[in-house]
Design a protein around this ligand. Structure first.
Ligand code: NDP
Length: 263
């Protein structure tokens, strides 16, 4: 029971990594706030949670930034505190720069970056007031290097590192921890919901995602990283080698990503 009676707010909790995190935190005794747009799926997740903690469903579109103060207020009113905010909701991309409508670039940034920093900004004062709290951000390996067909996605994830590394340094002596998680391929709905250049959904399970990590395994490793208050953790299979290449052989990685067939 590593998170007994902690109040954990997970965005994107209706499927994939967020859903798996809900089960994992629940098993560890946490109280949960679950956010996503699909209310029916959130209900299913709530019913499948097996832990002793209370669960508040808070369905809303996180890109509606004007709702953030009200939603944060609702959580504080219900639980009195927020111990851990897991910024997980996100969308991927399947289109070249040249074929991507600028509105799609903006949609990806709105969800993957602006909604994340806005929600964090509204939660932070309550954490600072208590002198404790933990902000968790689900980035990606693609927050550390880029591949074709993911320009806005990579940009949004890279931006998270810039922002949250700065925040970590600002609040380190005020009891607030910041953990950036960089998953590789995880078997979720991510490729189905990924946006094409015209804003339509890709609608397919890509082979890399189909053979990716089990989301429950990924969630367990995220909990471990949060418990240990890690600053940044990569959670990946063999594709994680790219991080090593980025650091020690960036020229080679640059050549490889031009050749690798990305879907
Ligand atoms: P899923 O598509 O399964 O989950 C995405 C979640 O985000 C869903 O719960 C979805 O719920 C929610 N969401 C999407 N748009 C909104 C919105 N506007 N408002 C509120 N919630 C929203 O994919 P994953 O679980 O894989 O993705 C979770 C995170 O992990 C993302 O940030 C992704 O970038 C990251 N990631 C995933 C990897 C992978 O291989 N799977 C690899 C690296 C990073 P709903 O539709 O009900 O709103």
């Amino acid at each position: 029971m590593r998170f007994k009676e902690k109040v954990v707010w997970i965005t994107g909790a209706s499927s994939g990594i967020g859903e798996a995190l809900a089960y994992a935190f629940s098993r560890e005794g946490a109280h949960l706030v679950l956010t996503a747009r699909r209310t029916d799926r959130l209900e299913q997740v709530k019913n499948a949670c097996q832990g002793p903690g209370k669960i508040l469903l808070l369905p809303f579109d996180v890109t509606q930034l004007d709702l953030h103060p009200t939603m944060v207020g609702a959580v504080i009113e219900h639980f009195g505190q927020i111990d851990i905010l897991v910024n997980n909701a996100g969308v991927s991309q399947r289109s070249k720069v040249i074929e991507t409508d600028f509105s799609v670039d903006r949609r990806i940034m709105e969800l993957n970056y602006f909604s994340v920093i806005s929600l964090t900004r509204h939660v932070l004062p309550y954490m600072l007031q208590r002198g404790q709290g933990h902000i968790v951000v689900i980035s990606s390996l693609l927050g550390k290097f880029s591949t074709p067909l993911r320009s806005a996605y990579c940009a949004s994830k890279h931006a998270l590192h810039g922002y949250f590394d700065a925040l970590r340094a600002e609040v380190a002596d005020q009891g607030i921890f910041v953990t950036l998680i960089c998953p590789g391929w995880v078997r979720t709905e991510v490729s189905q919901h990924a946006l094409r250049g015209d804003g339509s959904e890709h609608g397919q399970i890509d082979p890399s995602i189909a053979k990716g990590m089990d989301p429950h395994r990924c969630a367990e490793r995220i909990l471990k990283a949060v418990h240990k208050r890690k600053e940044e953790v990569a959670i990946a299979g063999p594709e994680g080698i790219a991080l090593w290449l980025k650091r020690f052989a960036p020229g080679l990685l640059s050549k490889l990503v031009r050749r690798v067939r990305v879907t």
